[in-house]
Design a protein around this ligand. Sequence first.
Ligand code: G6Q
Length: 540
Amino acid sequence: MTPPQPSECPERKALSEHCKTLEGVELRDLFRDDPTRGERLAAEACGLYLDYSKNLLTGETLGLLLRLVEASGLSARIDAMFAGEKLNTSENRSVLHVALRAPRDAKLEVDGRDVVPEVHAVLDRMADFCERVRSGAWQGHTGRRIRNVVNIGIGGSDLGPMMAYEALKHYSDRGLRFAFVSNVDASDFAESVRDFDPEETLFIICSKTFTTLETLGNARTARAWCLAALGDEAAVAKHFVAVSTNAEAVAAFGIEPANRFGFWDWVGGRYSLDSAVGLVLMVAIGPDRFREMLAGLRAMDEHFRTAPFERNLPVLLAAIGLWYNDFMGAQSFAILPYDQYLWRFSAYLQQLDMESSGKRVDREGRPVAGETGPIVWGQPGTNGQHAFYQLLHQGTKLVPCDFIGFARSLNPLGDHHDQLMANFFAQTKALAFGKTAEEVAAEGVPDSQQPHRSFPGNRPSNTLLAERLDPATLGKLVALYEHKVFVQGTVWNINSFDQWGVELGKQLADRIAPELSSDAALDHDSSTNTLIERYRKLRA
Ligand code: G6Q
């Protein structure tokens, strides 16, 4: 039976009604009326502490949100995902990234076949390769050891490994330099390899399909760059490896089958960091640390699968996000990590969330009745405080935020970490409680300046606090947000695992590319025609 459209369900109606009752309610009041709120509205799992008390909601709100989540059939959907059912209906694929971190003795089936042994076989091959590169046993064509590793990939084949490499740089082998080339703009490749010696450089061509225009263009350029210096086709075998599901295309490119690390169509690009797509990360941090990250992902999977919804971190984050997105009119959501190593985390989550939840039809192909995914953005604190926090504190937009911080620094220097964390705690407090005109006046500020210098408060945030950023904790954070996105997609009844919205631009670019270097008549709209004609003149 086709499920009812989300707008029709009674749980949603109850929440809309409830929303009206909260008009005018302030966080100041909620905290004053319940002195234990800050301790009560919190949950802890896998070493992650989530304080959600500084949100514009009450216990009743949360109860209603969890009823909405339950009514979406989430429990059955979780079971279906872990059972390898084809949840990605528009591509007829299973969605089994959880199998990538399953222990060796687990059993997870796709089409009646246990995929766990294959996952571990690839992990073992990856580990062997990484040890050879890290130890110097893997040599370049001229016998020199590898000092530079360049990952060429885009989208899910770039953002995940790049974010995780940056996040775990502290644990990386400093005898190796790493670069990530994604943009088809040649400047990306040129600047990335500028200081690298081809004799000491290894390229990982990372592409699930091995058909992606940007990646194959950069891969060909890399091969030409390498062969121009080494002058021998045989060098490709020592300087190129591939991560791909497409064995034929990899072989056609000239990469030896033994140097291909495979994965499977049931791993979506943006969910692939912990597959062979993470090869560059494994080279950087070593197989043991990589396995620690997998253990972290697995711990969060287990928590998500087994914890009651009211204590389930992904479910709680999803429910709170739904509250702002579906009922309070928020258009965006900010990720604010207070850790420099997480400087690419929001870019990574932007893809994870926006490509998964940026959908306008439901799983049955009907237009969705309400809002789907928010715009996701962010930067590390405290830099953001000196840039866009102005709007968060005093602007006219509602921007719910997730603050992420750690108790221990990986680089304990003087009092830097306490300063950082003082800002971390201060910001959520300032956002929530603001500063009234009376408080400003009491400081002797003249009347005319009070509107400028007061803070309305009532601006919501979640706080995630962990002991320190290590591979396992990163894994937990990644799985936390993966599952949050899954919960929200289930409530909106959308397919979180396809991305047809990226296709039209690709098709048009294929058509336009040959037109740019020809003078054939153009047959687009008048804007596109005029722009291409101008480009042709300027490039000439
Ligand atoms: C992610 C998307 C997309 C994909 C890239 C790269 O979920 O599918 O970002 O990862 O388009 O694709 P290839 O890995 O096939 O080159």
